[in-house]
Design a binder for this molecule. Structure first.
Ligand SMILES: NC(=O)c1ccc[n+]([C@@H]2O[C@H](COP(=O)([O-])OP(=O)(O)OC[C@H]3O[C@@H](n4cnc5c(N)ncnc54)[C@H](O)[C@@H]3O)[C@@H](O)[C@H]2O)c1
Length: 288
């Protein structure tokens, strides 16, 4: 029987707890491969920063190749691992080809973050069926395409995490973003359903509902929410933006990195028991 006294046992316990605490806060993604769609944009770019800083090799995929290259280059210059890819998520052939190549080169895809998205902001009666179809194609059907392609590679390994970027508009409709909101409500349902199907393969699928982040969202579709509200109300953009900020209980817009931190948590071992959830990161704007 070794000579063990109470001081030694307390010492071991403290050492054990300190090791545990270190593991808990590190969220080390070294050796992991993260595919982020829409990562040339605002939120996707912030998510790419966070995963790269955590040590993952990040695939920055975006329809806008120039934006993707700029993001990946800036990460590589800072000493992180990143590559840029031009990708139209609505093209199944492009998605399948990219996933095949990533797995061939890296042996794995650990995380898929579906962040590519578009928005049309205008009063419901002025929005068109054509716009609605396009929004559904990018925000909903393409997420399904990306999930299927990546799940086919994750399932045999019984390992992987998927995070879909939903919206505060997944919880509440709005006159100015009716079709966008419909696409994000539907994406919430899809996230839960894919999460159920993937759970039996030990794969977690979750969503994040960001509140308000100032990005270029909607610009290519005729203007973002604030610009469109200004156009229709005749009120100045900065006043409308300030009113929106004041409508957030924490009185601040979210940052792209705020969404990245939640995505990182959901992809970490700390979130092993979380799946089929949609988590609000919105400064208290939504509570359901
Ligand atoms: N900005 C916000 O306040 C906010 C709030 C809630 C949810 N979101 C969601 O966050 C996601 C990112 O939005 P963002 O605010 O960063 O906007 P953003 O416009 O800055 O980024 C979106 C990116 O998606 C890319 N994209 C569009 N269509 C694509 C396609 N077919 N294939 C590949 N890439 C495509 C764009 O090129 C762009 O880089 C979207 O899904 C959006 O709905 C944004």
């Amino acid at each position: 029987m070794p000579d063990v006294n109470i001081e030694m046992m307390v010492g071991w316990l403290i050492e054990y707890m300190e090791e545990g605490a270190e593991k808990m806060i590190q969220m080390d993604m070294a050796g992991k491969v993260t595919l982020i769609t829409g990562a040339g944009g605002g939120i996707g770019g912030g998510i790419a920063n966070v995963f790269a800083q955590a040590g993952a090799k990040v695939c920055v995929a975006d329809l806008e190749l120039e934006e993707a290259v700029a993001k990946a280059d800036s990460l590589v210059k800072q000493g992180y691992r990143a590559e840029a890819v031009g990708l139209d998520v609505t093209r199944k052939d492009e998605v399948d080809r990219l996933v095949e190549r990533l797995v061939k080169e890296n042996g794995r895809i650990d995380h898929l973050i579906n962040c590519a998205g578009i928005a049309v902001s205008k009063p419901y009666m002025e929005s068109t069926e054509e716009e609605f179809r396009k929004i559904l194609e990018v925000n909903l059907i393409a997420v399904d395409t990306c999930c299927r392609a990546v799940l086919a590679k994750m399932i045999p390994r019984r390992e992987g995490k998927i995070v879909n970027i939903l919206s505060a508009s997944s919880r509440m409709g709005g006159d100015f973003y009716s079709h966008y909101s419909a696409s994000k409500f539907a994406l919430l349902g899809l996230t839960q359903s894919i999460g159920l199907a993937a759970a039996r393969h030990n794969i977690n699928v979750n969503g994040i509902c960001p509140g308000l982040i100032v990005t270029k969202l909607g610009e290519k579709q005729g203007g973002g929410l604030v610009q469109q509200m200004a156009k229709y109300s005749g009120k100045p953009e900065d006043l409308l933006q300030e009113n929106l900020r004041k409508s957030i209980p924490l009185r601040r817009f979210q940052s792209a990195e705020d969404i990245g931190y939640m995505a990182l948590f959901l992809c970490s071992d700390l979130a092993a028991n979380i799946t089929c959830q949609a988590i609000n990161v919105c400064g208290g704007m939504r509570m359901n």
